[in-house]
Design a protein around this ligand. Sequence first.
Ligand SMILES: Nc1ncnc2c1ncn2[C@@H]1O[C@H](COP(=O)(O)OP(=O)(O)O)[C@@H](O)[C@H]1O
Ligand SMILES: [Mg+2]
Length: 234
Amino acid sequence: MFHVVVVRDAQAMYVLALVTQKGGSGKSTLAVGIAVAAMGNGQRVGIVDADPQGTISKWTERRGHPYPRVVRVADPATIEGALVSLEAEGIWLTVIDTAPTNNALAMRAIASADLCLMPVRPSLADIEAAIPTLIAIRRLNRRFAFVLNQTPPRGCRLSEAATSLNSLGVLALPFVGQRNDHQDALGAGLGVTEFSHEGKASEEVRELWRWILRKLVEGASDHEPHARNEKAAW
Ligand SMILES: Nc1ncnc2c1ncn2[C@@H]1O[C@H](COP(=O)(O)OP(=O)(O)O)[C@@H](O)[C@H]1O
Ligand SMILES: [Mg+2]
């Protein structure tokens, strides 16, 4: 098989992939929320829309603003090229949104990521449905974290889900509650932190972004066997 090897500068741009074959778990919603939160001080952020449903491509049409820069990718072989272009534009973080299936594109997104974030709703069915993606991430030796999304205010189901996810890997904090602001922000072409700056949803996403950033920075300082330049050849 023919591989184009593209070498990007080590750690010049962070790549976060939202993955899990379970549909409706919140990949696109959190991809947008996190990308906009990461633009906090005017930094340039990119999103690779690797889902044929094009949720984020449609969102950016409603948005009508150049950032986050959204690039649509359909062919797994073109993800690395898209990341190189985004990096050349001075973008410091790219979020990859993937389809609800463990297809070749999602696998390539995982392989390109510094961190894979797996949104999971607090139900046994959702946790079970995430396992094949978790196995793929482990096989590709990528760093990952779960995030509990669409959580109810409290309850034993929530703490059972958190316990299960903690036993499978790292669970990001905070949990992201079920809140209309997420849906309304998406509909308005905004990130939730822009839509309702002081709202609880906004606060949770900002805090989640700070958690993710700490993990990205920690990962960059680790001497992993699977460094960025090797990764590009996958
Ligand atoms: N935290 C949340 N609170 C409320 N609604 C949410 C939340 N996260 C996602 N949703 C809604 O759930 C649905 C599925 O989310 P989506 O991001 O499209 O999932 P995926 O991309 O994983 O298929 C959408 O209607 C979205 O608006
Ligand atoms: Mg989606």
